[in-house]
Design a protein around this ligand. Sequence first.
Ligand code: F6P
Length: 456
Amino acid sequence: MSTAPHDRIVVHLPAGRTKPAPDLTIATLGRPRITSPLAPLLESRRTTEHYVDEDDRVLLDDTLAGVTARGVAPADLPGLEPCGPRRQIFFDPSKTRAAIVTCGGLCPGLNDVIAGLVRNLTYHYKVRRVIGIRNGYQGFVPAYGHDVVDLTPEVVRDIAVEGGTVLGTSRGHQDPEEIVDCLERLNINILFVVGGDGSMRGAMEVVRVVRDRGLRIAVVGVPKTIDNDIPMIDQSFGFQTAFSLASDAIRAARVEAKSTANGIGLVKLMGRHSGFIACYAALARSDADVVLIPEVPFGLDGPGGLLEHLRKRVAERGHAVVVAAEGAGQELLDAPDGHDASGNRKLQDIGPFLRARIAEHFAAAGVETAIRYIDPSYAIRSVPANPYDSVYCVRLSQAAVHAAMSGRTEMVVGRWRRRFVHLPMRLAVSRRNQVDPHGDLWMAVLESTGQPARFG
Ligand code: F6P
C-alpha cells in the first residue's frame, strides 16, 4: 500500500499547535521613488531557479515537516527578502554619502568587503563620497581623535591581498549619541557596519538614535565572525579560510604525533562558544582522533572518560591527535571573572590544562609519550581570504549596497539555504549559532573520529 508523502511527516508539536514564525519584516526609511541606475539590467532578467525576483521570498523552512508545522497556506509561509538590486531606490546616488566601519576581532575577508562596498557604490551607483571610519566605533568619538579616510576604487584596489582591515578595528561599546552626532557632522546617509553580534547590537542602538532624531540614515550590517556563530547565516565570510588554515595545524600535529612512539598531537583552535572551526578543520582531512567543542561537555577520568579513550587509541594506532575548541571543557576549569570589551565571558585556557592532564594520565599508566601542542591562535584569522571567501565577500558587499540604496535599514545581509537574503538585525543577534549535538555536522565528526557521542 502506498502512503501519501504527508502521512510520513513527523512534526514534533502538541496537537493543534503551530510553530510561530519570527518577524522577518525589513525596516525601510520610506518609499523608494528613484529609478535605479541598475534598472535596465533588471529588465532583461528572467526568473530562473537561480534568480529570485525582488518581490519573491526565500522560504525560512526547507523541510516538509518544517513547512507543515507552520500550519499556514503556502503564500503565508515565513520567507526572507532576497538580496539584489531594486528597480526603485530611496537615495539619490549623486547626493549620497556612505561610511564604512569595521568592528571586533579580525576575520579573513574584511578588506574584500570594504573594497566590494566601495566599488559597488562608486561604479554602479555613482556615489561620490565613501568615508572610512578608523578603528571601529571609536572612530566616531571625538575623544579618540581618529581621522577618517576617503575610500575610492583607487584606494581599495589592492587592499584585499592583505589580511586584517585597512580601517583598523576595536572592540567595545561607544555612546550611540556620539556616533550619530558624528554621522550628522559628516552628512552620512548610509552606514555600513562590518562586525559581529556585539557590533550589530551597537548598530541597533545607532538606529534607535537615528529614529529618535527623525533622521534618514540607513544602517546595514555585514555580519563578521570566524567562529561562524551568527544565526540564520549558512556560513560567515572568512570561516572557510580560517578552518582551512586550522586544518594545516591539525595535519602538522598528526605528522608530529606519528613520528614519535605513542605520540600525541594536541591542537587548540579558536571557537569561544561554537565549535565550528574545530569540527570543519578536523573533518577537512580526517586527521583527528578526538574533537572537543563547547557544545558537548566531556569528562576526563574513569571508564568512558577522554583520557582512557585516548590511551586505548594510542595503544591501537601508535599515536593520536586531539583537537579542542578554546571554549571546550570550561566546565572542568574554574571560571575566571570578567568579560572582554565586547561583553564576552573570559575563558580559561583549555589547551595547557589538557596537555598537563594527558601527560599525568599517561605517566600514571606507565606509558611513555611525547605531547606536541599547537595553538595557531590569531594566525588563522589574520590572513587574507581564500578565493572562495573573497567571492563570498564581494557578493555580500554588493547585496549590502543594493539594500542600503533601496532605503532598507536595521538589517544585515546573509546567505540562507544558499540564497542571499536580508535579515532583520535583531534576528542576527537573537541567539548564538552553535554546533547541534544532535545534528548532522556533529554526527559527521563522530563518524570521522570514531569517538563516542560523549566522554564520561
Ligand atoms: O570571536 C572570534 C574570536 O576569534 C574568538 O574565537 C576568540 O576567542 C576571540 O575572537 C579572540 O579575539 P580577541 O583576542 O581579539 O578578543
